[in-house]
Design a protein around this ligand. Structure first.
Ligand SMILES: [Zn+2]
Ligand SMILES: [Zn+2]
Length: 129
């Protein structure tokens, strides 16, 4: 089946760096960052989804919001460190991904942090760490 790039709210991204070809001609492999469906794109407008993903293909199964939240949770669980800084959204403690120091400062003035509520961004510290 075919999915049109303009429909179905998928967030397609090209997987291959160089255009590929098979018996039917050249194509790119397109992949939806939200729901993971994958297929061959031959004409820049539509994607042939392989059999297994047919049901998913009709409409993207995840909203951008859900996807961002899932991404934040993954970062939270994997590459962050604990902190006692409060999340600006839900007031729970966030985990830190990066620490930032402004020029001329000797202390951390901001952090990039994530929270399971979906917050993923910069927090300016009023009391430097
Ligand atoms: Zn999708
Ligand atoms: Zn939060």
């Amino acid at each position: 089946m075919k999915v049109y790039l303009s429909d179905a709210n998928h967030l397609f991204r090209k997987l291959n760096l160089v255009t590929l070809d098979d018996a039917q001609g050249t194509y790119d492999i397109m992949y939806c960052e939200n729901c993971g469906i994958k297929g061959k794109c031959r004409d820049l407008h539509s994607i042939e989804i392989d059999g297994r993903s047919k049901i998913k293909a009709l409409r993207c199964t995840q909203s951008k919001e859900e996807f961002d939240k899932q991404t934040a949770i993954n970062k939270y669980n994997n590459d962050s460190k604990e902190s006692d800084i409060q999340c600006p959204k839900c007031k729970k403690n966030v985990r830190i991904l990066d620490e930032w120091m402004e020029e001329g400062q000797t202390e951390i003035t901001a952090v990039t942090a994530v929270c399971p509520c979906g917050f993923d961004g910069l927090i300016h510290l009023t009391n430097p760490l």
